[in-house]
Every structure is written in structure tokens, then in C-alpha cells.
Design a protein around this ligand. Structure first.
Ligand code: NAP
Length: 303
């Protein structure tokens, strides 16, 4: 199946292009980007022009930042093409609901991806936790914005989500593996005085689960979820890739596919089945943190 990639920036080049090149299901047939291109692939700078010129493109995968994404997503669905969305699936919950409704009307697939749910230890952690009681938990998601997002000013603009851009990955794993639903109880958000999105946040979730998100972590980077259960401790480290049960490395982790190849395989499955997948649970927790959270002013931030 032919697919177009929109927004040829960091994640498109780092992950989507190699995953598509190795995919038995997809051929990268066109790109849409004002500056970026992929060698050997027809390049457009305008999405409507691409949709008009390439009726053979059945699916479009959007790698734009969340704020400019809705207009492109709407154009794809109105043109009757299948739609795959990078995380977070939109800048607001209501725009994703609108996209879901449009996809239903158009009879096409919409897939809101959460790449961290495809990390190697996640499915095994979910199996281990099934039927068990989680008594408390601690999420530590601390990374260096200057290293991972150099010069990406959009992340700290309104709708860019700030530290929730990586933090939502932790929440996507948590909401996938927990045997019970979780909701936000309180939050504290630190906004640099020259920016519109938080650079750090601390969340209190139901079930005694706390989260500590920080975008200014230099030195060792941490992406850990540690839970205490009625059957002992369980931890997912390295962004969901390493599972430990009762303090020991766990057996039986998935080792077949990396995150992005797994996302494109899932997209192909959904298209073939005429199905869609949109789970907004991680984004609801982030929206609630903005609704409920206490706001602190932090030092100015520049890249
Ligand atoms: P990026 O490199 O800053 O942006 C991707 C491309 O979007 C840009 O190169 C730009 O291409 C296009 N674009 C269109 N309108 C834009 C606007 N108003 N502001 C900025 N860029 C605009 O971002 P990214 O890191 O690839 O992230 C894109 C999405 O993928 C985000 O939702 C992010 O959460 C997600 N993601 C990122 C990572 C990562 O490690 N970076 C990992 C997983 C997921 P043109 O200028 O050529 O149009």
C-alpha cells in the first residue's frame, strides 16, 4: 500500500523513513514538507496538492507537531485516505473526537499511535500485572530537552505540551499496563517565565501513583515506571524496554519488532480489517493536569 509522510523533521527521518523502508506492507510514495525531503521520493510542499496529484496514495502518516496537525488530518480524511497520527494525536481532545467522527463518516481508518506502547517490555508487563493489585507507583521521566529536542521552540509554545511531550509517553505505557483505570488527583506545573508550556511537572494519580517529569535533566537520563503490587515490585525501565519483576530481569519480553516497525504493522492490520484505534486515556491525564494543576513560574528557558 502506498503511503505519504507529512512533516519531514526529526522523528520522520529518525524513525518513520527507516521503518517504512523495511516494511513489507508499505511503500513511501510521497512526502509533504516545506523544507524536508526524502531522497528518491516525490516531494510536495502542500498537502492538498499532494492529495490531488496522488490518488494512488491510500494512507497518510502525520509527523507534524500537534498544533498544525489538525488541518492536515482533516484534509486527509476529507480526501478519503486512511490516517495515522504521531503522538499526541492532537493539540486538544475535542479535535481528536472531531477527527474520529470524520473518519467514521468517510469509512476510513484512523490510528492514533502511542509508540512507547510498542516498547519491548510493555506487553509482558501488562500480562504480568493482569489480575494483580497495584498498591502504589512512581514514574520518573527526566530527560534533557536540549539534547532530544534541539531548537524545537514549538514544544514550549501553547499546545506544544512542554514536558508532557515526553511525559505522555510514560502515561501511554501506564494506561496500557495497569489492570485498573487511573485518574488525576493533583498536579504542579513549572512554566519558564518566557514560555507557554511547562518545563517540569509533578502529578498525583489515583492508586497512590506519582509522576515526576523533568525536561532539564543533564547527565544520566531516566525513563522508569516502578509499581508496587500484591505480588511484589515490578519496574519498566528505559522507556518501557526493560522489564524487571521482583527486582530481577524478566523473561518473556517481546523481541520481535521495534516501536516504529510495530506501529506500521499495526496500521496495515487496521486498514486491512477496516478498523480504527484511538485511545485518548494518556491525553486525558495531561489535559486534566493542565485543568487541575497548580502553576509555578520557573526561570526563563532558552535553547
Ligand atoms: P520537528 O522535527 O520539530 O517537526 C516536524 C516537522 O513538522 C518540521 O520539520 C516541519 O517541517 C513540520 N512543521 C509544519 N508546521 C510546523 C510548525 N508550525 N512548527 C514546527 N514544525 C512544523 O518535530 P519532531 O520531533 O519530528 O516531532 C513531531 C511529532 O512527533 C511531535 O508530535 C512529537 O511529539 C512526535 N515525536 C517526536 C519524537 C522525537 O524524539 N523527536 C519522538 C516520538 C514522537 P517543514 O518545515 O519541512 O514543513
Amino acid at each position: 500500500m502506498k503511503l505519504a509522510l507529512v512533516g519531514i523533521g526529526k522523528i520522520a527521518l529518525d524513525q518513520h523513513v527507516p521503518a517504512l523502508a523495511a516494511s513489507p506492507d508499505w511503500e513511501l510514495a510521497a512526502t509533504v514538507s516545506r523544507h524536508g525531503t526524502v531522497e528518491g521520493v516525490e516531494a510536495f510542499t502542500d498537502i492538498d496538492a499532494m492529495l490531488a496529484a496522488r490518488p494512488d496514495v491510500e494512507a497518510v502518516s502525520l509527523c507534524l507537531p500537534p498544533v498544525p496537525r489538525f488541518a492536515a488530518a482533516e484534509a486527509v480524511l476529507r480526501a478519503g485516505r486512511h490516517l495515522m497520527l504521531e503522538k499526541p494525536p492532537g493539540a486538544s481532545l475535542s479535535e481528536v473526537h472531531a477527527l474520529e467522527a470524520l473518519a467514521r463518516e468517510a469509512g476510513v481508518t484512523i490510528y492514533a499511535t502511542w509508540h512507547s506502547r510498542m516498547a519491548l517490555g510493555v506487553a509482558a508487563a501488562k500480562r504480568w500485572l493482569a489480575g494483580r493489585e497495584v498498591r502504589s507507583g512512581k514514574i520518573t521521566w527526566r530527560e534533557d530537552i536540549r539534547h532530544w529536542h534541539p531548537g524545537q521552540d514549538w514544544i514550549l509554545e501553547a499546545g506544544g505540551m512542554g514536558v508532557f511531550d515526553p511525559g505522555i509517553n510514560a502515561l501511554s505505557i501506564l494506561t496500557e499496563i495497569l489492570p485498573q483505570p487511573v485518574h488525576l488527583q493533583a498536579a504542579e506545573l513549572d512554566f519558564p517565565q518566557n514560555r507557554q508550556a511547562p518545563i517540569a511537572a509533578r502529578l498525583q494519580l489515583s492508586g497512590g501513583i506519582e509522576a515526576d517529569f523533568d525536561f532539564l535533566q543533564t547527565g544520566p537520563q531516566t525513563w522508569d515506571i516502578e509499581l508496587s503490587t500484591d505480588a511484589g515490585p515490578v519496574a519498566l525501565r528505559m522507556g518501557g524496554n526493560v522489564l524487571e519483576t521482583r527486582g530481577q530481569p524478566a523473561e518473556g519480553q517481546e523481541d520481535i519488532m521495534q516501536e516504529y516497525p510495530a506501529l506500521y504493522a499495526r496500521m496495515a492490520e487496521l486498514v486491512r480489517a477496516g478498523a480504527s484505534e484511538v485511545d485518548l486515556a494518556p491525553m486525558v491525564l495531561v489535559a486534566d493536569a493542565f485543568t487541575l494543576g497548580r502553576r509555578n513560574t520557573a526561570a526563563s528557558f532558552d535553547f
